[in-house]
Design a protein around this ligand. Structure first.
Ligand SMILES: NC(=O)c1ccc[n+]([C@@H]2O[C@H](COP(=O)([O-])OP(=O)(O)OC[C@H]3O[C@@H](n4cnc5c(N)ncnc54)[C@H](OP(=O)(O)O)[C@@H]3O)[C@@H](O)[C@H]2O)c1
Length: 279
C-alpha cells in the first residue's frame, strides 16, 4: 500500500459503525492528579480520544477528568472516545468490564481491548465477555492489543460474532509493521500505534533522529510533531502519552502541515523491524 494514499482525517469509521478519533492521549504511567490534569488539559485543547486501561490503575481519574470537561461544557460525553483494556489473567472479565464502567463513570466504553495475549482459554474468556458486553450496550467497539501477525488476529476475526475493530500495537519509526497494517486495512480493521515516540527510555532515539530533525526543521515543527504526523499519514491511529501540558498541546498541533511523499519515504527507510517489547 502506498502510504501517500492515506488521507489524514480527524476521525475514522470503525467496522462497528462508530467514529474513532485518529489522535488521542495515552495515559500509561499517569496516575492520580497528574492523570486527571493531563486528561482534562487534553480535552481542553481538542483531544477527543483517551487511552486508559484497568492495568494502569487510572480509570477513576480519567472518568473524573471527562466528567469535569463535560460539566464545564468543553465537550459532551458522546464526543469523547474512551478506550480501556482488560487483562487476560483476570478471573472474571465481565465483572472487570462493569468495574471499568463504574470507575470511568460512564454507561458505555467506546473501545475495550484485550490488553495482551494470555493462554488461548484466557483470551477466549475475555473476548467472549467483550462480545457479550457489546450486546448488552456496555461497550461499543472491541479490539485486541499486542497481536502482530495476520494469523494471530485471524482467530478473533473468524472465531467470534464480532470482529476486532482495532488492533493496538507497538508501532513507531523503527518498527513499522506495514504488512499487518495493510492486511487489516483490507478487512476494515485499524492499527493503533502505542509507543508512537518509542516509549519511555527510548524517546531520545526518536526525537534525536537526524532524519526526523531535518524534516522538522524544514516544516518549522518539532520532532514530536513530525512523528505524530507520520503515524497519521501512515494510516495509523496514534496515542502519544504525556503528563506535560505543553507536550500535550504540541502533540495535537499537527493538522496544519503535511509530510511530502519524499519525506514519508525517508522515514519509511528508518525501519529496523525492532520492537522494544516482547509481550
Ligand atoms: N496496549 C499496550 O500494551 C500498551 C503498551 C504501552 C503503551 N500503551 C498506550 O500507548 C500510549 C503511548 O505510549 P507511551 O506513553 O508509553 O509512550 P510514547 O507516547 O511513545 O512516549 C511517551 C514519552 O514521551 C514524552 N513526550 C510526549 N510528548 C513529548 C513532546 N512533545 N516532547 C518531548 N517529550 C514528549 C513523555 O514525557 P512527558 O510526560 O514529559 O511529556 C513520555 O516520556 C500509552 O500512554 C498507553 O496509553 C499501550
Amino acid at each position: 500500500m502506498d502510504t501517500a494514499n492515506f488521507e489524514v482525517r480527524k476521525t475514522v469509521k470503525l467496522n462497528s459503525g462508530y467514529q474513532m478519533p485518529t489522535l488521542g492521549l495515552g495515559t500509561w504511567t499517569l496516575t492520580g492528579a497528574t492523570c486527571e490534569t493531563a486528561v482534562y488539559q487534553a480535552l481542553k485543547c481538542g483531544y477527543r480520544l483517551i487511552d486508559a486501561a484497568k492495568y494502569y490503575g487510572n480509570e477513576q481519574e480519567v472518568g473524573n477528568a471527562v466528567k469535569k470537561a463535560v460539566n464545564e461544557g468543553i465537550c459532551t460525553r458522546e464526543e469523547v472516545f474512551i478506550t480501556t483494556k482488560i487483562v487476560p489473567w483476570t478471573s472474571n472479565p465481565a465483572a472487570d468490564i462493569d468495574n471499568s464502567l463504574q470507575k470511568l463513570q460512564t454507561t458505555y466504553i467506546d473501545l475495550c481491548l484485550l490488553h495482551q495475549h494470555g493462554s488461548a482459554k484466557e483470551d477466549d474468556a475475555v473476548y467472549k465477555a467483550m462480545v457479550q458486553a457489546v450486546k448488552d450496550g456496555k461497550i461499543r467497539s472491541i479490539g485486541i492489543s499486542n497481536y502482530y501477525t495476520e494469523k494471530d488476529v485471524e482467530k478473533f476475526i473468524d472465531g467470534y460474532e464480532i470482529p476486532p475493530a482495532v488492533v493496538q500495537n507497538e508501532n513507531h519509526i523503527f518498527y513499522q509493521n506495514n504488512t499487518l497494517r495493510d492486511c487489516l486495512a483490507a478487512r476494515n480493521i485499524y492499527v493503533e500505534s502505542y509507543y508512537p515516540f518509542g516509549g519511555r527510555g527510548h524517546t531520545g532515539d526518536h526525537f534525536g533522529n537526524p532524519v526526523i530533525l531535518e524534516i522538522a526543521a524544514a516544516h518549522n515543527k518539532t520532532a514530536a510533531q513530525v512523528l505524530v504526523r507520520w503515524h497519521l499519514q501512515s494510516g495509523y491511529i496514534a496515542i502519544p502519552g504525556s503528563g506535560n501540558s505543553l507536550h500535550i498541546a504540541e502533540n495535537f498541533d499537527i493538522w496544519n502541515f503535511e509530510l511530502s511523499e519524499a519525506e514519508m519515504r525517508r522515514i519509511a527507510a528508518l525501519n529496523t523491524g525492532r520492537r522494544y517489547e516482547n509481550w
